[in-house]
Structures are given as structure tokens and as C-alpha cells.
Design a protein around this ligand. Structure first.
Ligand code: NAP
Length: 315
């Protein structure tokens, strides 16, 4: 059964806000009720001539989560929570699920994935904290076969390719994502590639992720994996596209495992380590496409390709 009353936990954040906007875009067409859950009081989110209220909750207090989900008769919870330490990230998602399960209207739950499927990248330490909720969801599914969950995967956000562009309104290239380059720095016409560049990279623009997830709520049934992609290319293919659109050769550095391992720091350097570990995962083919990109075929969303994105911001 399609989702009707949807709560986005962390919807004031980056990808969360794109998903909220994707839902607001289709809200009237499908008569949806959209609410956003946040740890703080925030103004409602307005988009496409409509809005979603932001409701304060405490992820440590199951009854407060339960009350909101119950008051709004929520049927679908989409978590877009984030964190750099496993606690409170794991307990927040787990409490969200536990509270949701005690609400009679609940039928669907999507944990915070929205990258490469976390079970597929054992080298990426930060993503290991996303795995306990997947185990819990599988357990719930065994006990309640009518309950649905889905792991939404989209690869890396294409928006990082927009870093440093100097188009008018060039900041819009980033959507709500932070501004920094990753692997490809088009402003410097350079690339920092793990290995020989022949491994795949899945890219999806964050705005398109929002549209895909919103459209997926209107599917009659959810598969365990909802894989989406704007493009699937090898890193060398992306270099060639960048060179073609920018009209110049790039300075491409191919990094050995030793070079990338040397970038790892002490455990407290969480993000630096994450970026290096993700390069290792790419190098080892952990981020290669492992399953069909099913969501592209299930919904009517036409995502931007890497060439289209590059032409918009660098052409
Ligand atoms: N594919 C990619 O390239 C890519 C890039 C970045 C992120 N991601 C993934 O997307 C997901 C969301 O990341 P994001 O960057 O969009 O997140 P974010 O904006 O950093 O955070 C999302 C929201 O989570 C809530 N939050 C933060 N810490 C929390 C905690 N400890 N407990 C409960 N809530 C907390 C906050 O909402 P309130 O303060 O309103 O409660 C925050 O606005 C993650 O799974 C991340 O791995 C993917």
C-alpha cells in the first residue's frame, strides 16, 4: 500500500531537506501529509507552494516520538539522521523504530542510508553504525511480514562536482550539500583517483535523490533495496567527461593503496578517515554496482546524468 502520512526524521538536514522538498512537490497530487522530526524547534519547511511542519522530538524519549507518530497517524518513517559517532546515532534510529512499531498506523521504515549500501563497504568505519538498524529491520520483517523497509542507495551526491564553479548562482550546484571537492576538483582541473580509475562510481544529484525517494513512497510495495543512480561510470570515464566539458586536460593523480593508507589519522579524525576509507572502498570495487538499479525503472524520475550536470555548471 502506498505511503500517505510520512515523517522525515532529520528532514531539516541536507539530504533530508531534499527528500522533504521531493515530497512537498508531490504532496497535493497524492494528498500526502508530511511532517519533519527535529531535536530542536525550527520553522516549517516550505517548498512548491506548500509546507511541512517541523515537530520537536527527543530521540531518547520513546513516548514523545510515539505520541507524534500516533497523533499524525504516520504510516511511513524515513530517517535521514546523521552523526560522526555511533552513539547517539544508533540509539536514535533504534528508538525511532521501536516507537514507530508501537504505533498501529506504521507500515514502512527507511533507515538513513543514502550513499553506497553500508553493508557493501566494510572498509568504511563510519558506515558500520548504519548496520544495527538494518539487522533490527530484518528481525521485525520476520515477525511482521506486512511491515516494509527499504535501503535507499544512490552512491555519491553528484553535487560535489560543482565545487568552485563560477556560474551566476553557482552555489545552487551544491543543493543543500556542503561545498568541497571529492576526488574531482574541477576548479583546479585535477583528479585524485584511488587505484587505476577503472572502478565504478555511482553518482546521483541530491535533488534527484529527493525526487526518487518521494516517488518511491507512492509504490504499492517496497523492495528491500531501492537502488537509484543518475549515472554509473568508472572514475576514468568521469575524468574524460570533465576534460571534454572543460575543454582541457586534467592533472590526474592515480594513488596506490599505500598513499591512501598514509592519509589515515588517529580515530578522532573521523571525517578525514572516512574520506580515505571511502577511497579504499572504491579502489577495492566495494562501491561497484552490486544489484540492479531498480528504482530508476520503478518510478518516473529522469535524473540528471554526469554530463548534463557538468554542462550545466562547467559548460
Ligand atoms: N551519498 C553521499 O554523497 C552522502 C553525503 C553526505 C551524507 N550522506 C548520507 O546521508 C545521510 C544524512 O546525511 P546528511 O549529511 O544529510 O545529514 P546532516 O544534515 O548532517 O544531519 C541530518 C539531521 O540529522 C539530525 N541529527 C544529527 N545528529 C543526530 C543525532 N546524533 N541524533 C539524532 N539526530 C541527529 C539533525 O537534525 P535535527 O538537528 O533537526 O534533529 C540533522 O539535521 C547519512 O546517512 C549520510 O551518510 C550521503
Amino acid at each position: 500500500m502506498k505511503s500517505q502520512r510520512i515523517a522525515i526524521a532529520g528532514g531539516t538536514g541536507r539530504i533530508g531537506r531534499h527528500i522533504v522538498e521531493g515530497l512537498l512537490e508531490i504532496k497535493h497530487r497524492y494528498s500526502l501529509e508530511i511532517i519533519v522530526l527535529s531535536r530542536s524547534q525550527s520553522p516549517h519547511i516550505s517548498y512548491a507552494g506548500t509546507s511541512a511542519p517541523v515537530l520537536p522530538i527527543d530521540y531518547q524519549d520513546l513516548s514523545s516520538i510515539q505520541k507524534i507518530l500516533n497523533d499524525f497517524q504516520i504510516d511511513t518513517v524515513i530517517s535521514t539522521l546523521s552523526g560522526t559517532t555511533s552513539d547517539p546515532f544508533i540509539t536514535s534510529q533504534e528508538n525511532l523504530l521501536r516507537a514507530a512499531l508501537s504505533v498501529p498506523s506504521i507500515r514502512r521504515f527507511a533507515p538513513s542510508e543514502f550513499s553506497v549500501n553500508s553493508e557493501q563497504v566494510p572498509s568504511v568505519e563510519l558506515y558500520q553504525m548504519k548496520i544495527p538498524i538494518i539487522r533490527s529491520l530484518r528481525q521485525v520483517k520476520q515477525e511482521r511480514p506486512d511491515f516494509e523497509y527499504s535501503l535507499f542507495s544512490c552512491g555519491v551526491f553528484m553535487n560535489y562536482l560543482g565545487y568552485g564553479n563560477n556560474k551566476p548562482e553557482g552555489h545552487k550546484a551544491h543543493g543543500y550539500m556542503p561545498h568541497f571537492p571529492y576526488i574531482f576538483d574541477l576548479s583546479k582541473r585535477s583528479a585524485d583517483i584511488p587505484g587505476d580509475g577503472e572502478k565504478q562510481l555511482v553518482y546521483t544529484r541530491a535533488e534527484d535523490v529527493g525526487k526518487f525517494v518521494a516517488a518511491a513512497t507512492q509504490l504499492e510495495a517496497w523492495e528491500e533495496y531501492n537502488e537509484m543512480a543518475g549515472d554509473v561510470l568508472t572514475m576514468n570515464e568521469i575524468v574524460r567527461l570533465c576534460e571534454d566539458v572543460c575543454g582541457t586536460k586534467f592533472d590526474v593523480k592515480y594513488n596506490s593503496r599505500e598513499v591512501i593508507l598514509a592519509r589515515l589519522g588517529p580515530p578522532e579524525k573521523v571525517m578525514e578517515n572516512f574520506f580515505a576509507e571511502f577511497l579504499l572502498a572504491l579502489m577495492d570495487g566495494e562501491c561497484d554496482v552490486k544489484r540492479p538499479i531498480n528504482l530508476n525503472g520503478l518510478v518516473d524520475v529522469k535524473p540528471m546524468t554526469v554530463r548534463q550536470y557538468l554542462e550545466q555548471w562547467w559548460g
